[in-house]
Design a binder for this molecule. Structure first.
Ligand code: DAH
Length: 347
């Protein structure tokens, strides 16, 4: 092949490449096309191999043409890749970041219903001058029973089926041992509430082996049963945000005398005819039981060395699951503990 034929071929290859690359839209195929022309076995390299066959005088001209087509191809590749990159960048921008759109809400949790109820109860009592007291959940038999006038073999021990850790250590069955611990540590006047978890061998739709109570204790000179009733009535009205009545029904708890069960007007039917007749919550009675209460028994004062001639006191204990159930219509105590967000997120 003559030098001028080779030069014409090289020019054709240049044009051919420019046409080939035009529609290519990604780096990989562009690089492949480049190799097809400039690679070791590429079309331009083939032409270069002919160079050696030429007369020495012709070689520089053809060599220059080779360099020129190489340069053309390389420049075009660089240019085309640049075009693609800026097109991609433009597309990216055009994809639009609308800064006025609201953000995706981050899922946020909230306090568990029982925690809310506990904090609310504490808040209401603290407005009346009560402070929070605490005690261990793994408690001595003495604090849980003995000091509360429930000696071993006393039939009242059967009222609360107990988990024993050892002969002398139990999982507290009620928050009442916090009364004992407080009175041991603090001379009157005393006004405490003690919310906390308690344990009993019980398991059915209305009982759980672990549940929550709030205990109250006030000890001072001249504390009367009327004070107790006033505090409980205020609490119920505030907690339910309604003008509900309460009823103190004489009952027996070894650590109080007199003792009573605390009933409140049914918050579902309000005890009003005709709804009350078929009310499943109060079973037609118009009242529901929410806890126990009474005046601190002198025997308890004796255990904690408080002078029963000088001081009197009242105490009460209520179930917080029950309070939440009555306010929110929760009908199975298990819902509180299963951690199902479909339940929890309603509150
Ligand atoms: N501790 C009792 C229980 O869990 C409830 C109770 C009754 C607490 C009378 C009191 C009280 O403080 O005075 O069944």
């Amino acid at each position: 092949m003559s030098a001028s034929d080779l030069i014409a071929n090289l020019e054709k290859l240049g044009d051919e490449f420019l046409q080939l690359i035009q529609p290519l839209g990604d780096e990989q195929t562009i690089r492949a096309a480049q190799a097809q022309f400039l690679g070791k076995k590429g079309k331009v390299s083939e032409v270069m191999r002919e160079l050696s066959k030429l007369a020495p005088a012709d070689r520089p001209l053809v060599g220059a043409a080779v360099n020129k087509v190489k340069q053309t191809i390389e420049e075009r590749v660089t240019e085309r890749l640049g075009e693609l990159a800026s097109a991609a960048a433009r597309a990216d921008l055009a994809r639009v970041v609308d800064v006025t759109l609201p953000p995706h809400p981050a899922p946020a949790g909230h306090l568990h219903l029982l925690t809310q109820v506990r904090l609310e109860a504490v808040q209401i009592f603290s407005e009346l001058g009560f402070v929070v007291a605490d005690g261990p959940q793994i408690e001595t038999d003495w604090h849980t029973f003995e000091a509360l006038a429930i000696p071993k073999e006393h039939p009242a021990r059967d009222m609360q089926d107990t988990f024993y850790v050892s002969d002398e250590i139990v999982l507290r069955t009620h928050t009442s041992p916090v009364q004992v611990r407080t009175m041991q540590l603090t001379p009157p006047p005393i006004r405490i509430v003690a919310p906390g978890v308690v344990y009993r061998r019980d398991d059915d739709p209305t009982h759980s082996p672990m549940f929550t109570q709030i205990e109250g204790l006030a000890v001072d000179v001249d504390i009367s049963f009327a004070d107790l009733k006033g505090v409980l009535l205020h609490f119920v009205k505030r907690f339910f945000a309604r003008d509900l009545a309460i009823r103190l029904r004489p009952s027996y708890f070894p650590f109080v005398e007199p003792g009573a069960e605390v009933d409140m007007q049914c918050s579902f039917c309000m005890g009003a005819a005709p709804a009350v007749a078929s009310c499943r919550v109060c079973k037609g009675t118009g009242f529901v039981e929410i806890g126990g209460c009474g005046m601190v028994d002198p025997e308890v004062f004796a255990h904690v060395k408080i002078d029963a001639e000088k001081y009197t006191g009242f105490a009460f204990g209520m179930g917080l699951e029950r309070m939440a159930m009555l306010r929110h219509g929760v009908n199975d105590i298990k819902f509180y503990y299963e951690g199902d967000v479909r339940f929890l997120e309603q509150f």
